[in-house]
Ligand binder design. Structure first.
Ligand SMILES: Nc1ncnc2c1ncn2[C@@H]1O[C@H](COP(=O)(O)OP(=O)(O)OP(=O)(O)O)[C@@H](O)[C@H]1O
Ligand SMILES: [Mg+2]
Length: 366
């Protein structure tokens, strides 16, 4: 969606800091959030990334007011909101399954938060028109919700969430139900829209690329805690744990290695120049080595390099993805330029990991 100039001010929300202070929540005795804290600046966009069940939606539900924390506090604009009902918190919400009102038209859905707060009718009409323009749904005002595509319905949900100028916008996998090409298109549109609104945003996703593309900071959740919080480029460059690395570097290889002397790691008896974002292990200790496929180079076999057997190579237009098996039996994925010879299944190839590219972490229990 290309935002027209006159649409711009209409997506602008008020803005406020959001402080999550030592929040804990259990359901039926099972701890889901374990004292999480996060200070979010006015207008900042935070992506929550983490496995299923790690507590992402629960945290959003607590901020929204659908659930109450057992412990801790939540402040919007410096004031505790835990005692306030949902509609008094100045939040907007977008869910994976749109949660639109099926019996209302597109315009009525978007107007709903404004009608609820008894805004004057001319103001409602004008604001709905501008929001329709900014989500590229001009001409859809009177359409029934059931007649819209998934992507169109999600645009209506976003416009509705922005209608009442929320200070905080909460989005729980808003593109989770859409297919990949639509997601990629909507990602660009959403980025533009989020640049226009001044709302503080928490965005939940399973998709690491979406988190990197849309957020200023990423918080990685694991079992009801923040595993790591950081600016997108910093956290991508230096994942603090093997768990964080596998989430941020989706599709990365995780290999068993051994710590060598002076910060080296040995993989299949070959030294690999690795980084240690957490702490270096003592020589001889077990190490998890996380390596992105694009940092694996394939070449002729030679004595001072690892060897692997080619299982298969997939042509992907701009590159090839190659599946290999190391002598240890571990799988290894590599990405190769199209200009390189296509690896032949069943043959042995030499493998080199780009110096300084792999991250090494002390292995748990090894
Ligand atoms: N209302 C509830 N009653 C009981 N258990 C709940 C409730 N809400 C969440 N849980 C439990 O809390 C845990 C965390 O759920 P949550 O929905 O926050 O995870 P999530 O990180 O959003 O996962 P997903 O990626 O699958 O959406 C899960 O084990 C879930 O079953
Ligand atoms: Mg969830």
């Amino acid at each position: 969606m290309i935002l027209s100039r006159q649409a711009r001010p209409e997506t602008a929300s008020t803005t406020a800091p959001l402080d999550i202070l030592g929040v804990s929540k259990s359901f039926a005795g099972a701890a889901v959030l374990n004292g999480v804290s996060l200070a979010i600046q006015p207008g900042e966009r935070i992506a929550l990334l983490g496995p299923s069940g790690s507590g992402k939606s629960t945290l959003l539900n607590l901020v929204a007011g659908f659930e109450q924390p057992d412990q801790g506090d939540i402040l919007i604009d410096g004031r505790s909101v835990v005692a306030l009902p949902v509609h008094a918190r100045r939040i907007g919400m977008v869910f994976q399954h749109y949660a639109l009102f099926p019996h209302l038209s597109v315009a009525e859905n978007i107007a709903y938060p404004l009608v609820r707060r008894r805004a004057p009718r001319p103001e409602i009409r004008e604001r709905v028109d501008r929001l329709l323009a900014s989500v590229r749904l001009q001409g859809f005002a009177d359409r029934r919700i059931q007649t819209l595509s998934g992507g169109q319905q999600q645009r209506v949900a976003i416009a509705r969430a922005l209608a009442a100028e929320p200070a905080v916008l909460l989005m729980d996998e808003p593109m989770g139900a859409l297919d990949r090409s639509l997601r990629e298109q909507l990602q660009v549109e959403l980025k533009l829209l989020l640049q226009e609104t001044r709302a503080t945003v928490i965005y939940v996703t399973h998709d690491q690329r979406e988190a990197l593309a849309l957020a200023d900071r990423i918080a990685i959740m694991n079992e009801g805690r923040f595993e790591q919080v950081g600016a997108v480029e910093d956290i991508y460059a230096n994942p603090a744990s093997a768990f964080a690395a596998q989430f941020l570097w989706a599709g990365a290889n995780r290999l068993r290695a051994v710590a060598g002397e002076g910060g080296a790691a040995a993989l299949g008896g070959i030294a690999v120049d690795a980084r240690w974002p957490a702490r270096p292990s003592q020589a001889g200790a077990g190490v998890d080595l996380v390596v992105r496929p694009e940092d694996v180079t394939l070449h002729e076999p030679r004595g001072d390099a690892l060897t692997a057997t080619v299982l298969t190579a997939l042509f992907a237009g701009t590159h090839r993805t190659v599946q290999l098996e190391l002598a240890s039996g571990e799988p290894l994925n590599a990405v190769q330029p199209i200009s390189a010879h296509a690896p032949i299944p069943g043959t042995a190839v030499g493998v080199t990991i780009r110096p300084g590219a792999a991250c090494a972490y002390p292995a748990n229990g090894r």
